[in-house]
Ligand binder design. Structure first.
Ligand SMILES: [Zn+2]
Ligand SMILES: [Zn+2]
Length: 381
């Protein structure tokens, strides 16, 4: 007895450190033989200003604060932001309305970098996010995580439906993590009064207050206003629209989203072990990245039972997923990125088809196969 009680603290410590440092068990055959640094696998940690011309634009500052995880470069017209789209803060915990998506690092890099106008132009007909841009990102947070419309495709407030974690984020159908709320907590890194994000029309998004700490006063329907000190800019708000509720500046809308913008990587296809149906009764506990940066685990409870999705990037570019099942068994599937093509998302590795300038099509019907139950399917967009 004496012996085992002495061992208990050690055991607890071992378990705790094991949980963090190593996410078991990925079968040996799926394990990369040599631990290559993740940076060689995802080459988006580019030095800032590579190939850039002219002085550093002020719009680069919020993103530069998150270097080297977020990279910036620019030309005369645009700021390009590169990131893997995964934040440093804990994510996914507390999500109750879950469609079985998990965070996978994205490759918003090179030609798939985010593109933001450096010289925003007020739109002749500003477009509201109540009726437009129900798909894709409308802003980019300083930490390289995209921000989507606060409304899901039913026009419902995603925040009110238990779809978001405590940081206002969740994953879309491409297993791409994104926010639906203003990431005001980034002020802890950036400093109070600094822009926390940039809308895709090129205007910055500040926190709840002005840089001098004062309240912003009256904002327009998009949550923005013009001040002598800052020009036009948006503010985070505690009520809808939370972020920019549309675009004061010019943007191009194609198929219901700002164009161009990078699409998600689409690693997984639906199969016997994975579906994108809502998993009723699920509550997400946490998301853990192993010390090697290549093994991930999403832990959740299903009607009180502890379950998980464990996954890893393999040397050959495939991903292996191990799903634990309520009956105690596990199911393993390996996916080749790009095998699945989501409707309207374009092929991985490429930009969406170019739309005509000023194209303003209505939101397109979503995922093929969603047909009858479109609304449920779209919860997590
Ligand atoms: Zn202001
Ligand atoms: Zn979403």
């Amino acid at each position: 007895m004496m012996k085992s009680s002495c061992l208990l603290p050690l055991l607890a410590l071992t378990l705790a450190s094991t949980a963090r440092a190593h996410i078991p068990p990925v079968e040996a055959k799926h394990r990369p033989t040599e631990a290559a640094p993740i940076a060689t696998r995802f080459t988006f940690f580019l030095p800032a200003a590579t190939g850039s011309t002219g002085p550093t634009p002020p719009l680069a500052a919020p993103f530069a604060a998150f270097a080297p995880k977020v990279g910036v470069r620019w030309d005369e017209k645009y700021l390009y932001v590169e990131a893997k789209g995964l934040p440093d803060h804990p994510l996914m915990a507390g999500i109750k309305s879950w469609q079985q998506q998990v965070p996978i690092p994205q490759t918003y890099v090179g030609e798939r970098a985010w593109r933001i106008p450096l010289h925003p132009v007020p739109a002749k007909e500003p477009m509201s996010a109540k009726t437009h841009f129900l798909r894709g990102a409308i802003a980019l947070a300083a930490n390289g995580v995209p921000i989507f419309n606060a409304l899901n495709n039913r026009g419902d407030d995603a925040k009110k439906f238990g779809e978001l974690d405590s940081f206002g984020g969740h994953c879309g159908k491409g297993d791409d993590y994104h926010y639906h709320d203003a990431p005001v907590f980034l002020e802890q890194t950036l400093g109070k009064g600094k822009p926390i994000a940039v809308a895709l029309d090129g205007y910055p998004i500040y926190g709840f207050n002005e840089p001098d700490g004062g309240a912003p006063g009256k904002l327009d329907e998009f949550g923005g206003h013009d001040t002598k000190a800052l020009g036009y800019h948006y503010h985070a708000q505690k009520v809808y629209p939370y972020i920019n509720g549309g675009f004061h500046g010019e943007v191009t809308e194609v198929d219901g989203q700002v164009d161009p913008q990078p699409s998600a990587s689409h690693v997984r296809r639906e199969g016997s072990a994975y579906s994108q149906q809502p998993l009723r009764g699920a509550l997400i506990k946490d998301f853990v990245v192993a010390a090697d940066g290549k093994h991930y685990a999403l832990n959740y409870a299903l009607n009180g039972k502890a379950l998980s999705v464990k996954y890893a990037a393999n040397e050959d570019g495939t991903w292996t997923f191990i799903y634990s099942k309520p009956d105690g068994t596990t199911e393993t599937e390996t996916y080749k990125p790009g095998e699945r093509r989501a409707g309207g998302q374009g092929a991985p590795g490429g930009e969406r088809p170019k739309g005509g300038k000023g194209g303003k099509r209505p939101p397109a019907p979503e995922q093929p196969g969603a047909k009858g139950e479109v609304t449920k399917q779209l919860l997590n967009r």
